[in-house]
Design a protein around this ligand. Structure first.
Ligand code: ZN
Length: 167
């Protein structure tokens, strides 16, 4: 027997349902409605879904493998699904070694990388950091200027010596 969540994935592909949860045109109504109906098989809750409902969903997810050539479509659906039902890290083990687990891990990796990029960006634009870098640059310029002046002074001194002109 094919699992009901896989049927939902197939139907989403077949009927080209929009899974963009932030979609301003349809709000992915068809997809969200079908997902809520699917989850109702495992409990009465419509929103928020119970832990038991989510756990059953994870078990169904663990059995899904995208058909050849539909990997990216399935991935998009899974991302849409996780925007409706927030991932439950404590249920990761229910996913075993499945395709869904891989997608979820890569979603988390990307999220972590975005956070890190954000942190670096914020640090680079932190007013204190900016002021600190500016002060360092200024100190370096002053130092270089001093060196140049000293070099010029020595050169002038040498010139005066050579030409026997008192400074
Ligand atoms: Zn839409």
């Amino acid at each position: 027997m094919i699992n009901p969540l896989e049927l939902l994935f197939r139907r989403t592909v077949r009927e080209r349902w929009c899974t963009g949860i932030q979609c301003t045109t349809c709000g992915s109504f068809m997809f969200r409605d079908a997902l809520a109906r699917y989850l109702k098989r495992y409990g009465p809750a419509e929103w928020p879904f119970s832990n038991y409902q989510i756990k059953r969903m994870y078990r169904d997810l663990a059995e899904i493998d995208p058909p050849p050539g539909q990997g990216s479509k399935y991935e998009e659906i899974l991302k849409g699904l996780f925007k409706v039902v927030s991932p439950s890290p404590h249920l990761d083990d229910e996913l075993g070694d499945s395709w869904a687990r891989d997608v979820l891990s890569s979603m988390r990796d990307r999220y972590q990388r975005r956070l890190e990029a954000r942190r670096i960006h914020d640090l680079a634009n932190d007013p204190n950091e900016v002021a600190k870098r500016r002060a360092e640059k200024k100190a370096k310029r002053t130092e270089e200027h001093k060196k140049r002046m000293e070099l010029q002074r020595l050169k002038a001194l040498e010139w005066h010596k050579r030409n026997k002109v008192n400074p």
